[in-house]
Design a binder for this molecule. Structure first.
Ligand code: BMA
Length: 338
């Protein structure tokens, strides 16, 4: 079995056993979606959101698109990770001196715990254009916004759960201002979470389900086979974009080197709540809970930019799938420096 490193036991995380005769690596929660249309007085749709264990339950930073079609982050808590109490109002950010520091828009959050802090990354408005917003909290009461990691345009910032070779490490997907028709995964380092550099290319879009663009999803999971990175991949069809997700294993000490990359998707829009909604045909993962002793994984994903779904799998099976369907593209296995 792939050994999971530095992850905690989460015996109370959402879980259902694999249905009998189910042939795929992942299986959907039988009561998906966990949020339907109009889940709050302001929120029309909650999707593409981050969940972490906290206290004796779970907390989340949720992407809530409001009824005027603007993008916001709301805080929520839950005992079981399925039934959520989500605040009606946006998370209120302050800067490091305690003054209000609210982004004009924010979406697709991820949350990484390092030490006592929970670091939050999201796609933020910076002078009107998208880039990687960063913030931190210890208690999910005070949310301190830090300097934006990069210049526009960038999205899908995902922070590793520990320093590597002495630095914080952040995945991102440089892009453009719109519904980006391209995009590869890059990685950057920082000694202090303010100054980012030593940029490297990780993976290029290409190959069938991930031909148009790719972006990192949940926080990578450290295993003795490499960092397990779940990521979304997009293909352009005659009916528009289709967002699926797959997996890759990155080198533990040099994560810009891809060891294996899934040539097939793990999950693609099939269920009605994935194929029909505000933006049809989108499965977009932003968080995963991993119970290290058992290897159980619960992946939270946005469905059709409308709903939130959960799917389950075993880390070991995903590692095996990644290797069995491996399809590295040119440059993936390199350090990505040139
Ligand atoms: C991407 C992001 C996601 C969204 C997806 C499909 O560019 O904006 O938030 O889920 O498009 O609309």
């Amino acid at each position: 079995m792939a050994k999971i490193i530095n992850e905690q036991a989460i015996p109370s995380m959402p879980w259902e056993n694999k249905p009998e005769n189910h042939k795929e690596v992942l299986w959907r929660y039988s009561k998906n979606p966990i949020f339907d249309w109009n889940p709050g007085p302001k929120a029309a749709r909650i999707f593409n959101s981050a969940v972490v264990p906290y206290g004796d339950g779970f907390v989340g930073v949720f992407r809530a698109d409001h009824k005027d079609i603007t993008m916001h982050l709301h805080f929520g808590k839950s005992k079981d990770g399925i039934s959520w109490d989500i605040e009606d109002e946006d998370i209120k950010w302050v800067d490091e001196s305690g003054k209000p520091f609210q982004p004009a828009y924010c979406y697709d959050p991820r949350v990484t715990k390092i030490g006592d802090y929970y670091f939050i990354m999201w796609c933020t408005s910076f002078a009107g254009s998208p880039t990687i917003g960063l913030g931190k909290t210890r208690d999910f009461k005070t949310f301190t916004r830090l300097e934006n990691a990069f210049l526009p345009h960038n999205r899908n910032g995902v922070l590793f759960p520990r320093k590597i070779n002495g630095n914080y490490v952040l995945l991102s997907r440089p892009s453009d201002n719109g519904h980006t028709p391209f995009g590869d995964i890059y990685i950057s380092e920082s000694p202090d979470m303010t100054y980012w550099g030593k940029h490297r290319s990780v993976m290029k879009a290409g190959g069938s389900w991930q031909a148009l663009k790719i972006g990192a999803g949940p926080i990578p999971i450290e295993t003795d086979e490499g960092w397990l990175m779940i990521y979304h991949g997009v293909v352009l069809t005659c009916n528009g974009y289709v967002y699926s997700f797959g997996s890759a294993l990155l080198d533990l000490e040099n994560p810009s080197k891809v060891l294996y990359r899934s040539g097939q998707y793990l999950l693609t829009p099939e269920a009605p709540y994935e194929t029909v909604g505000f933006v049809p045909n989108v499965c977009f993962p932003c968080a995963a809970l991993c119970d290290a002793p058992t290897g159980r994984l619960a992946i939270y994903y946005g469905a059709a930019d409308t709903y939130t779904g959960i799917c389950f799998g075993m880390v070991d099976d995903i590692v095996k799938f990644t290797k069995d369907t491996n399809n590295l593209l040119y440059g993936d296995a390199e350090l990505g420096r040139d």
